[in-house]
Design a protein around this ligand. Structure first.
Ligand code: BG6
Length: 489
C-alpha cells in the first residue's frame, strides 16, 4: 500500500472492489468536483464496475431523488449522459437516520454487490460536524468492514496548531495513519508533481539546487478573482489559513526537500516534513498582510473586500500575504524563500521562480553599455503550465551588450490537456497511494510555522484590486536589494 513504489500513471494499476461513501453528498464540492471526477474515473475500464457509490448528507431523500440531482449536477459540470451509471452505481442515505442505520445500509449494499468490506469514506463536511461524524462512524463500526478502510479528509484541516492536533488525535482513535488521506489538491496538479521529476531526474538542475548557486526562491499564488460567495468561510479564515498553510507550503517543501531514499509515499513525505521542521515560525517583521480595496481587474470594476456580501463590518481579515521564510539546514541556510499570495491581484498565476546568484566577477561592465540580470528558472504551475529558463546572451555587434533570453517549455504543446486534480486524488485513494496526501506531522508543522501571523490583531495594508498587492510587499524584498519577479511567461 503506502510503501509500494509510486507508479506515475496510476490508472495502469488495478483497484480492489469497494464501496465509496461521500459525506457532504449534496454540497458544492460533491456536485461540482467529486461527482464529475468520480464519474469520469469510473468510466475507465480499470475502475468500471469495481466501485459502488453511496452519497450521505442531512436532507432526507430517496435514491431516485439523489440520482436526479446528481445527474443534473453532472450535466451542469459538462458531464452528460450519466443516467445509466447513476441508476446502477449511485445510492443515497440521510445521516438524520443515524450512524447505525448508515452502517446497516453499507452492509446491505456490500451483500447485494458481493463486496468484501473494503470502504472509502470521503468527508467533504464543515469543520463543525467533523468530530461527531468521525466518532459516529467509529462507534457504529462503519470503519470495520473486514476489508480495508480509508478516510479522506478535506481541507481545512484545523484552524490552528491546537485544533489540527485535536483532529489528528480524533482520527487516530479509530484509524492509523496509513488509512488517512488528507487532501491538498495542489499536490495533485501535474505541474506540482513534476517538481519531483524536474529535480530528481535532471542532475543538471539538482547540482545547482542549493545555497551555493541560488540567491533566493519566490513562490507566487495569485488569483484575480475575489471571495465570491465564500465570505462565510473566508472572513473567518483569511488567506494565510486558506493558501499559505497548505498549498504554498506544500509547493515550498517540494522545491526545497532532499532527494528521498526511495520513491515511496513515506520516503517522499519524510523529506518534505524535514524541510518544515527546519523552518522557523514566520517572523512578523518579515510579513506583510493586505486586504483588497476597490479597483479594476481585467477591465472590470471590482468592489473592495469590505463591500463583499457577508464580510463583517470593519473586518481585518487578510486577502493578501507575503512572507519571507528561512530554512535552517545545510542546503538552504541564508537563502530566503519569499512567498506571496492574494485574491483580486492583477492576474491568476501560480509560479515558482528560482533566482540564481550573479557571477562572482562581472566581466562585461568595462566595455560599452550592458545590463545584467540573474539567471531565473521559472516554473509555471498554472495556467500556461511549463517552465522557462532565462539567461544572458550577447547581442550581435560591437561591444558586449547583453540581453536576457528565455528557453521555454509548454506542457500543452507537448501533452495537451492535463488531468484534473480531483481525478488524480480519487484514483489514488482507490489504489491506496498516499504520496499526494498530507501526513499528520506535515500538517502540524505547517500550522506551527504560520502560527505567529494567524490572527495578529493588526489592520492589513489596503491594496488596489487589480494590482500586485500592497507596497510594503515590495519593501520586503527591497530591504535586501531584491525584487519580485514579474510572473511573465
Ligand atoms: C482552495 C482555496 O483550496 O484553493 C481557494 O480555498 C483557492 O480560496 C483555491 O481559490 C485555488 O485552487 P486552484 O486549483 O484554483 O488554484
Amino acid at each position: 500500500m503506502s510503501q509500494e513504489a509510486y507508479t506515475p500513471g496510476v490508472l495502469s494499476v488495478g483497484i480492489e472492489p469497494h464501496l465509496f461513501v461521500v459525506f457532504g453528498g449534496t454540497g458544492d464540492l460533491a456536485r461540482q468536483m467529486l461527482l464529475p471526477a468520480l464519474f469520469q474515473l469510473l468510466r475507465r475500464r480499470e475502475f468500471h464496475d469495481s466501485v459502488e457509490l453511496l452519497a450521505v448528507a442531512t436532507r432526507p431523500m430517496s435514491d431516485a431523488e439523489y440520482r436526479k440531482m446528481a445527474v443534473e449536477a453532472l450535466a451542469e459540470a459538462g458531464v452528460p449522459d450519466c443516467e445509466e451509471w447513476a441508476e446502477r452505481h449511485l445510492r443515497y442515505q440521510s445521516i438524520k437516520d443515524g450512524f447505525e442505520a448508515l452502517r446497516e445500509r453499507i452492509e446491505e449494499i456490500e451483500a447485494a454487490e458481493g463486496l468484501d468490506g473494503n470502504r472509502a469514506f470521503y468527508l467533504a463536511i464543515p469543520p463543525a460536524v467533523f468530530d461527531d461524524t468521525v466518532d459516529g462512524l467509529g462507534k457504529s463500526g462503519a470503519f470495520s468492514g473486514g476489508g480495508w478502510t480509508r478516510v479522506v479528509v478535506e481541507k481545512p484541516f484545523g484552524f490552528d496548531l491546537d485544533s489540527a492536533h485535536h483532529l489528528n488525535a480524533l482520527l487516530h482513535d479509530w484509524l492509523d495513519e496509513s488509512q488517512i488521506f488528507r487532501i491538498d489538491h495542489y499536490l495533485a496538479k501535474e505541474t506540482v508533481q513534476n517538481l519531483l521529476a524536474l529535480r530528481f531526474a535532471n542532475p543538471l538542475f539538482e547540482s545547482s539546487w542549493s545555497r551555493d548557486r541560488i540567491d533566493s526562491v519566490q513562490i507566487t499564488v495569485a488569483e484575480d478573482f475575489g471571495i465570491g460567495s465564500r465570505a462565510g468561510y473566508f472572513d473567518k479564515a483569511g488567506i494565510v489559513r486558506d493558501i499559505i498553510q497548505n498549498h504554498a507550503l506544500q509547493v515550498l517543501t517540494l522545491v526545497a526537500m532532499e532527494p528521498p531514499v526511495k520513491a515511496t509515499s513515506d520516503a517522499i513525505r519524510d523529506e518534505k516534513v524535514k524541510v518544515l521542521r527546519a523552518m522557523y515560525p514566520v517572523d512578523p517583521t518579515a510579513a506583510v498582510r493586505g486586504q483588497y480595496g476597490e479597483g479594476e481587474v481585467g477591465g472590470e470594476k471590482a468592489a473592495a473586500y469590505l463591500e463583499e456580501e457577508g464580510v463583517g463590518d470593519g473586518s481585518t481579515t487578510e486577502t493578501y500575504a507575503a512572507f519571507k521564510f528561512e530554512i535552517d539546514n545545510w542546503r538552504w541556510k541564508g537563502v530566503p524563500f519569499y512567498v506571496r499570495t492574494g485574491k483580486r491581484l492583477k492576474r491568476r498565476v501560480t509560479q515558482v521562480s528560482v533566482v540564481f546568484k550573479e557571477p562572482p566577477v562581472f566581466l562585461f561592465s568595462i566595455d560599452g553599455p550592458c545590463s545584467m540580470h540573474p539567471n531565473v528558472f521559472d516554473i509555471r504551475l498554472q495556467p500556461e503550465e511549463g517552465f522557462a529558463l532565462s539567461f544572458e546572451m550577447k547581442v550581435p555587434g560591437e561591444g558586449y551588450d547583453l540581453r536576457t533570453q528565455r528557453l521555454r517549455f509548454d506542457y500543452d504543446e507537448e501533452f495537451g490537456e492535463l488531468p484534473g486534480a480531483y481525478f488524480t486524488l480519487l484514483a489514488d485513494v482507490m489504489i491506496g497511494d498516499q504520496t499526494l496526501f498530507v501526513r499528520s506531522d506535515e500538517v502540524e508543522e505547517a500550522w506551527r510555522i504560520v502560527a505567529p501571523v494567524l490572527d495578529p490583531g493588526t489592520t492589513p495594508d489596503l491594496y488596489e484590486a487589480g494590482s500586485w498587492g500592497p507596497a510594503r510587499a515590495e519593501e520586503l524584498l527591497g530591504r535586501s536589494g531584491r525584487q519580485w519577479q514579474t510572473p511573465d511567461f
